[in-house]
Design a protein around this ligand. Sequence first.
Ligand SMILES: Nc1ncnc2c1ncn2[C@@H]1O[C@H](COP(=O)(O)OP(=O)(O)OP(=O)(O)O)[C@@H](O)[C@H]1O
Ligand SMILES: N[C@@H](CCO)C(=O)O
Length: 319
Amino acid sequence: MAVYTQLDQDDLNQLLNDFDLGSLVNFKGIEGGIENTNYFLSLKKEGVQCEYVLTLFEELDHEELPYFIELCQWLSDRHIDVPFAIQDRNGIGLKKLKNRPAAIQPRFYGEHVGQAELTADHCAAIGQVLGEFHVAAADFYLQRQAHRGVFWWRRESELIVPKLSAEDQKLLKDEVHRFDQLRENPSDIKVGTIHGDLFHDNVLFQGTRVSAVLDLYNAATGFLLFDLAIVANDWCSNPDGSIDHAREHALLDAYNKARPFTQGERDAWAVLSCTAAMRFWLSRLIPWLDKNSAQKLKDPDELKRILLFRRQNPSQLPD
Ligand SMILES: Nc1ncnc2c1ncn2[C@@H]1O[C@H](COP(=O)(O)OP(=O)(O)OP(=O)(O)O)[C@@H](O)[C@H]1O
Ligand SMILES: N[C@@H](CCO)C(=O)O
């Protein structure tokens, strides 16, 4: 269930009054998301119909949102295909509707590709786009601490301990510790603006071309390589947690061409690919083990299997 806030025609017309986008033809709630309410809007202006997406932010509040609004505009200006808030007649993109922050964005076309259908070509395409994303955002002028970053997992890994087996406790603590050690001596691991949640369900494809990178609301300042590790774990893994070498090689090689790896990054890859698996194992475990959580559940074991595989079979970044 993704439509947390129900909207009617009057709500939408009231919002659209501030814009020069035309008049409402129809609208439809988008199912499938977790964090936000999204609607497709069809508007007609001077006889031409155009499609948009209206997002109502259900978790982020008004104060947190300018970072994301500015980032999406920044990336879009640099030809990265991300949704951005269209400005109203007064130059305001971040609006308010039904007491929630809201934004109207262009609608992108393309298909979600299921995990089982992902090929080396899809992985190469996203590797290139992520490299370009990191380069385009290199001098972005705002910074943000990830809300599910190092301070979050240090805290949450302690809080969840009583609910875990001794073996899982050890695994979790060990990964938290390995990342802390890396952080103490980061060498030349590049820090910049990361997407933070670039799972395959946040990307649209036309054929094997990336047509849009969506859902930037986990973006933050962090190790660029951590972002790539999130992608590698999700896009290049098999159901048993093993990593498909051909897909991972295609991903890493294409990324390296867009933004060449540093030596420090080569040394850090084995640890960071585990850190990324640990981060999502933990964020899935929390609602999974909480009887009262209403959040749609994603299987934590998927990420645990990847983590265990990564620990046994560290991969290397290509030259
Ligand atoms: N600008 C857009 N163009 C086309 N489709 C879009 C656009 N924005 C969102 N969508 C569609 O709506 C879905 C949900 O959007 P989004 O991922 O931003 O929501 P969410 O609630 O944050 O979801 P989740 O947390 O599960 O990733 C997307 O997977 C995509 O199918
Ligand atoms: N992409 C996340 C959920 C949304 O942050 C996951 O698969 O666990």
